[in-house]
Design a protein around this ligand. Sequence first.
Ligand SMILES: [Zn+2]
Length: 287
Amino acid sequence: MKRFSNMFTWFGFAALLSLFLVGCTTPPSPTAATPRLYVLDCGSIEVLDVSLFTPGIDQGKHKLLTDSCYLIVHPKGTLLWDAGLPDALAKTPEGLLWFEKFRLKVKHPLEQQLQQIGHPAASIQYLGISHLHGDHIGNVNLLPKATLFMQQEEYAAGFGADPSQYGFDPQGYASLRNNPVKQLHGDYDVFGDGTVVIKRTLGHTPGHQALFVKLHHSGNILLSGDLVHFTDNWTHKRVPSFNFDKAQSLKTMNEMEQFIKDNHAQLWIQHDLEQNAGIKHAPAFYD
Ligand SMILES: [Zn+2]
């Protein structure tokens, strides 16, 4: 009996020890409780005459831009920021000539990238679009149930009488008309804790917006939308010739420069090829 009792004690101890070890070896997951940012490759844009972006400079020069999308995974939900070029372009490896000014290519369909990181498009709850130009809305049809966040001026322009005057092609985002929508009148704190904030940054289009993200380890990041397209234009505060409002664009750039300083943030320029080459892409993430 004593021996049996000893065995029982031994088994009890072993069971307790194994529970303790399991407790110790299961990695803590602080990231599960804080936001994650995934950078997604949503295509490339060869600009045939970069002076569109740099009026009076570099006429006729080519420049290659990236097209970036981002997934934010927050403890309270998921947000796709911008929807890139259409996945269908992946079937045309030589690319598509657009308005005789740009050659557009997609190598890695967004839908596949989202599946690979365990967040299929249909599961994403929120959709933030910086603006309605064709290189930012290409895959909105993959998220028909997501709640759309858009400045009221952008929504009015996009679904008004003549969207083409703003460079919008309504066919490209027709499905958005059926998404639940929250029209914004300023900055918007998506999850209510200050970690993911849509910034009203008018000028490029009537209701352009950017996204400010606060990460636990990686710090504060402003995702540019098309506030600026590449670093040299940020340095020199140049406004592309096709912006909706040049004066407002300059005012917004200066305000955002101050905002970035005040918040010790990095500016991630979504179209900047060289900057994106130094940023890790999904399935890796920032947290
Ligand atoms: Zn763009």
